[in-house]
Ligand binder design. Structure first.
Ligand code: FE
Length: 335
């Protein structure tokens, strides 16, 4: 009788609290993440389940699933998407000393609803021997007519570009941002097409002279089984532009705990682990990103690209200016 009771309550607690797991909805498409999830599983015994899709699809899915959503964490690869998820009411504020200590204030949400986990900079890439690097200076100057027919950059529906324009708005206002976007459109080597790697491959192959791309893609192209990428990237080099009154544009990949998270404690443990020295090292080494945690070294390849001064505007601003950036891209005719 007593045995039966214990068995009964064990089954009950199982069905009430579910398995020891955490459900991650992620837009990140990198192998490093798989390794990180495995390391977390081994360390904590918490099983990681992953749903991968584009940010807008994941945000809509969480909304549609409502209170029954299994999502504990939403991870995106851009600050503006995190900001959108926050304004859509998807996240909850998290009080964690570890997250506050490990992640600098300018790389996390003002209300602690999302946290930057890795940094990337958006830079200019040029062909070695083209001589064009002597002309490179600021982001602003890329709109100068001297670069006519030379710029390779992807479409304006891409979040990385939206955040770059959001930073231009933060530095100079909307009117200037429109002028700048029009200048870039006038300087494009072709109508925007393809991803960041496509832009880099194009300049390596003589189409355009300056590509705008995120730093880690250069690392991923070096470290690639696809010969066309590995060969192309040997022909190019990174230049770190600055804003006239700032530094090099920084974006983050990060995440937050979903408001309806069924495994909230596990979700917090997961974010804390991602901000730990062990995970930060793998982000930096494995995916050629920049760690958010001070004292963690970048990979040798990333270090070889040189150092730069990060821009001073808060990542929060990229989200706040996103709607204006999208409007301005439209007005500028940036496809
Ligand atoms: Fe990416």
């Amino acid at each position: 009788m007593f045995g039966k009771l214990i068995l009964g309550s064990a089954i009950l607690s199982c069905s009430l609290f579910g398995a020891n797991e955490v459900n991650i909805y992620s837009t990140r498409h990198y192998d490093t993440d798989k390794k990180l999830f495995k390391m977390f599983e081994e360390k904590t015994g918490i099983k990681v389940n992953v749903v991968k899709a584009k940010a807008s699809a994941l945000i809509n899915r969480i909304k549609n699933e409502g209170k029954k959503s299994p999502a504990d964490i939403l991870i995106t690869a851009d600050a503006a998407r995190l900001y959108k998820a926050k304004t859509d009411g998807i996240f909850q504020a998290i009080n964690s000393d570890i997250l506050l200590k490990n992640i600098p204030a300018e790389l996390r949400d003002e209300d602690n609803q999302w946290f930057g986990l890795t940094k990337r900079s958006r830079v200019a890439v040029y062909k070695i021997g083209s001589g064009i690097e002597k002309e490179l200076s600021t982001y602003e100057a890329l709109a100068d007519p001297k670069f006519k027919g030379m710029i390779m950059v992807r479409s304006s529906n891409n979040a990385y570009n939206q955040s770059l324009l959001a930073a231009i708005i933060a530095h100079h206002g909307e009117e200037y941002a429109l002028k700048w976007a029009k200048g870039i459109v006038a300087n494009m080597a072709m109508k925007p097409k393809g991803n960041d790697r496509y832009q880099v491959k194009s300049i390596a192959n003589g189409i355009g002279k300056v590509a705008i791309a995120n730093t880690y893609y250069i690392g991923k192209m070096v470290d690639n089984k696809d010969k066309s990428q590995a060969e192309a990237v040997k022909k190019v080099k990174i230049f770190f532009p600055k804003f006239e009154n700032g530094g090099t544009h920084i974006n983050i990949s990060g995440g937050g705990v979903v408001k309806t998270a069924p495994n909230k404690e596990n979700a917090i443990k997961f974010l804390e682990y991602m901000a730990s020295a062990e995970a930060q090292k793998l982000f930096a080494q494995g995916n050629f990103e920049y760690p958010v945690l001070k004292g963690v070294k970048t990979s040798d390849l990333v270090s070889s690209w040189g150092t730069f001064k990060a821009d001073n505007i808060s990542i929060n601003t990229l989200g706040k200016n996103n709607a204006q950036a999208v409007k301005i891209f439209d007005l500028a005719g940036w496809k």
